[in-house]
Design a protein around this ligand. Sequence first.
Ligand code: CAA
Length: 385
Amino acid sequence: MEIGIDQITFATTPFYITMDDLADARQVDPNKYKIGIGQERQAVVPPTQDIVTLGAQAASKLSPKSLRNVSTLIVATESGVDNSKASGIYIKRLLGLNDYIRVVETKEACYSATAALQFARGIVALNPSENVLVIAADIARYGLNTPAEVTQGAGAVAMIISQNPRVLTIENTSVAYTKDIMDFWRPLYSMEAYVDGKYSNQVYVDFFLKTYHRYVQLTGRSLADFAALIFHLPYTKMGKKGLDGLLQDDASPVAERLRNNLAAEQKVSRQVGNLYTGSLYLGLISLLQNGDVTPGERIGLFSYGSGAEGEFYSGILQPDYRNQIGDDLLQTLQKRHQLSIGEYEKMFNDQLGMRKEDIIYDIDTDPSEFVLVGQQGNQRIYQEK
Ligand code: CAA
């Protein structure tokens, strides 16, 4: 039985800043942010948005028919809003999903959407008529005026995992690799991540090479068997570091095609920033909307989560993929509202975060379909507008 991604959709916040403005405010050469890091714009999160609203926004773009068939909802995130309750239960209500459903949350930094996808394949293999909804939703938050501020971002990707998928069938061979490493972490008491940035770059490339080479050993495949290799993108330059680590100075047509398709993967991410769990899957949408790929071809995917865990796996592109990947994101993202750095800093500081007090936000300032209205008696209040 073929199992994989049947539909895939994306949502982010309605607000952004430009890296030119951020560089100006932080007195940094803009080329460091635009070329050295590889970002143009960054999604900004108003206090009325969190992973629940972002996840609901992404999933509401899936077809009603496939949502009706969902037996299991898995939210992959490292920006959870509750240490006990799964964020997916709020999303389940906002989407109006059937009560006869199981809902859980997975966590391992930016990696856990890939774990969720693999678990979903198992559920579908045992129950072929069921759909699993995987939502990867996160807010990448490092702090104002930190070196990693330029690598922030936010958004969610929603995927239906089913039999006879119309986007990508997932192949059986995958290689996961895990080691106890402190390259990036966020203790329970902190809203911002701690990061050993340069070390995290090295571990990422090392894990990519280890998992890719083992996959090649197990399958006997080579570079020529891939139309594209796509990467978790904490910032777009990171994907280049990964691919450069493998290709080195290879100038063959196969290598050039992989470089061009990496550029296609990077296009949307450059406008949004890091999504943590969703970044690899936003990269998949971006590749499919902007790259040179043909049904029947193989795509290799490298998922990485600090802490650290990597997985390399592959899938085969399906004939009807173009109709299952949502609207042209580069166009859609043009409709967002640009903020000044002062407005961004205020939104950053107004996030609910770990605050305990009762609060009601002005939801009229946020045009999104689903909003966080506030918090009363330690309970978050969500609403469809
Ligand atoms: N013009 C062009 N390029 C310039 C430049 C200029 N004027 N000035 C600097 N650069 C280049 C540098 O040469 C460098 O390029 P290389 O990486 O290719 O050497 C790049 O810009 C960045 O410069 P620095 O190394 O000086 O930057 P920094 O010290 O400010 O830190 C960072 C960069 C480590 C990525 C930091 O932003 C960070 O810590 N980010 C968060 C951690 C992260 O994303 N790690 C990725 C792997 S971990 C992961 O993937 C999980 C996850 O999502 C977090």
